[in-house]
Design a binder for this molecule. Structure first.
Ligand SMILES: Cc1cc2nc3c(=O)[nH]c(=O)nc-3n(C[C@H](O)[C@H](O)[C@H](O)COP(=O)(O)O)c2cc1C
Length: 393
């Protein structure tokens, strides 16, 4: 029911454990496999780690992990781990690796050694924002691996083309790109060079943490901070957008990543055109049982809609994704279901709204003044507010 296909590989379900702190050790990859993940992407690996690092982060539960520095694997360690996983565990594996864009031989060595170690898929990392060592004050373009690759379609094309010559296993480059035209250019370059799909991560790519009482960035046990990759639910809506932008034009599978915290988020990403969804922060916050909950939630959703495969609803929401000049405004206003209204007055507070007042302990909407912004419905603690379409005159 939940199985998917990427190139010539079938995954039992679309939930992929994204490369990161959950995938750098055998014990964690075993936990992912035991939890029922459809695949696991090994921690970012380099031929030789360019500079030593460990994870440090500013973390706000349910919202964001801003992580400016992370552990990475060298190729000997990464390949050995991949070999052990493929020998002992049933889970499908992706190899996530990077080098500077101009070092084609290093990319080849990484791909070859991971293929030799038994990886099921290659996931060249064209997305890591934490590798840029250029002076932050300089505007000079740089060749740093990770995110810098995706900015350059010719480099994407050269690297994917080289990997395509090595294997018929799926190649799914991972990108984070702010600009839509650039995203589509990178995807086109990758697919034309032979990629079997694209793994896309939602924005904001990077951020800076807030400041603590001493006036320094609030990242424990770190002195000085570069920009840090920003992960978690702050990325969700941008993940939907990038997925839909690719889903509209790409015939190949899209893997969506960023802020997909529960079964509903993953299902929504599929409705926006994703074939699979990759997750990291939600398991970091809530543990491995999230995977089972996601699978159960998706199955319930599919049964309720009589869907027998993910293809039955993949991309269904794309029919509603249009340009601003083509949307149609439906005339209507909010209405209050009096029996549920507790008269708390939360709906009266929004500064821009002149349509609601509390009369005899109940919210009352002036339909003429309501601009249907949606804020009162979101604020109502009892779900008493909904929207009503005006009758056609
Ligand atoms: C601490 C940390 C380390 C990460 N390391 C990697 C990495 O090595 N390679 C990679 O492609 N993505 C890495 N990511 C990004 C995740 O794979 C994922 O795409 C991103 O966190 C968005 O998903 P989420 O919102 O579910 O966390 C990392 C994320 C975090 C939080």
């Amino acid at each position: 029911m939940l199985s998917i296909r990427i190139g010539n590989v079938t995954l039992p379900n679309p939930i992929v454990i994204a490369s990161g702190p959950l995938t750098d050790k055998f014990s964690k990859i075993k936990a992912a496999s035991d939890a029922g993940a459809g695949a696991v992407s090994l921690k970012l690996t380099f031929v030789k780690v360019p500079f030593q690092s460990q994870m440090r982060s500013y973390s706000l539960p349910g919202n964001v992990i801003i992580s400016p520095t992370n552990k990475r694997l060298d190729l000997a360690t990464g390949a050995e781990l991949m070999r052990q996983v493929k020998k002992e565990l049933p889970v499908r594996m992706m190899a996530n690796f990077s080098a500077v864009g101009s070092a084609v031989d290093e990319w080849r060595q990484l791909a070859e050694e991971f293929l030799d170690a038994g990886t099921d898929m290659l996931e060249p990392n064209f997305c890591c924002p934490n590798l840029d060592t250029s002076d932050p004050k300089s505007a000079k373009h740089s060749d740093h691996g990770g995110a810098s690759i995706a900015e350059n379609p010719e480099v994407c094309s050269r690297l994917i083309g080289m990997m395509r010559g090595l294997t018929d296993k799926p190649i799914v480059p991972k990108v984070i790109i702010a600009d839509r035209a650039m995203l589509l250019r990178a995807a086109k370059a990758c697919v034309e060079a032979g990629a079997d799909g694209m793994h896309v991560v939602g924005l904001p790519i990077s951020g800076l943490p807030p400041i603590d009482d001493e006036g320094v960035p609030d990242i424990p046990l770190l002195k000085g901070t570069p920009q840090g990759s920003a992960n978690g639910s702050i990325c969700k809506y941008s993940t939907f957008l990038a997925t839909a932008q690719l889903g509209q034009v790409m015939k190949k599978p899209v893997m969506a990543s960023g802020g997909l915290d529960n079964w509903k988020d993953c299902t929504d990403a599929i409705l926006w055109g994703a074939t699979s969804t990759s997750i990291c922060s939600t398991v970091m916050w809530s543990g491995w049982e999230v995977v089972g909950q996601m699978l159960a939630g998706m199955k319930n959703y599919m049964e309720a809609h009589n869907y027998t495969s993910l293809e039955d609803f993949r991309g269904k929401a794309l029919a509603h994704f249009t340009t601003p000049d083509k949307v149609k405004l439906i005339q209507g206003h909010s209405k209050v279901e009096e029996r549920y209204c507790i008269g708390c007055g939360k709906c009266v507070r929004p500064g821009h709204c002149e349509a609601i007042e509390i009369v005899e302990g109940k919210a009352k909407v002036d339909a003429e003044k309501c601009i249907a912004c949606g804020v009162c419905r979101a604020l109502c603690p009892t779900g008493a507010i909904s929207y009503q379409q005006d009758e056609e005159k």
